[in-house]
Design a protein around this ligand. Sequence first.
Ligand SMILES: [Zn+2]
Ligand SMILES: [Zn+2]
Length: 244
Amino acid sequence: MEHEQEQYVCRICGYNIIGYMKEQCPFCSAAQMKLIPSEQCSLEYHVEEVQITDEVFRVQTVPELGYRHSAYRIDSDGKSFWIDCPSIFDKSLRSIDAIRFTHHHFMGSSNQYKKLFNCAIHIHEEDARHTLSRNFPLDVRFTGDYSEDSIDAFHIGGHTPGFTFYRFNDVIFVCDYVFFRDGNHGTRLNPFGSERDTRQGLRRILDTAEDRAVRLVCGYDYVTEFPVWKEKLEKLLSKKPSSG
Ligand SMILES: [Zn+2]
Ligand SMILES: [Zn+2]
């Protein structure tokens, strides 16, 4: 039998460390005590699907883990896809054909799901090269925009050089490109990455979504109506950038 390699999950951010223990989380710098063996995480947590539309499901860890990141499942033409990947490895989930990453921050336990489902893993070339991606199996390193299986991929960079948002029917998937809050305060661009490029990327999301009559926005910790999201973010873009 093949020897299972070591794997640890950061309880704070959900990043998976493959093959060896680190002194701290390479993504969020949490202390070693926050790094939990993957098998133990699979006992403490599970992953649930919540239906959003006929073909889109929110895939989230229960109980909530760290950043409360959600991945999403799309059922399209007899195939199934995830946008990003849960941190927790839950063998009871329905099989998928491919994982499409928005960027390299939420690769979760995609290496374990790849073994289980034999799914293809897609990520933009520029994020594939990042050190955080190094130990993850990556099958398709795309560049630019593309469309496949009724899912459109738009490479916008900004938050990370390879950041890509996705559209399926009237839903867009934007992960953590912006932090969105319901109230009057707290909605902002993800500050990690060039502000100028992230503003340009957000402009492209808004324009593309407007053109294609998008109805819902799926983010890393929220699902909201596009018009509500758009109004807040247009306001944000109308303000002067804080630098440059
Ligand atoms: Zn972490
Ligand atoms: Zn990110």
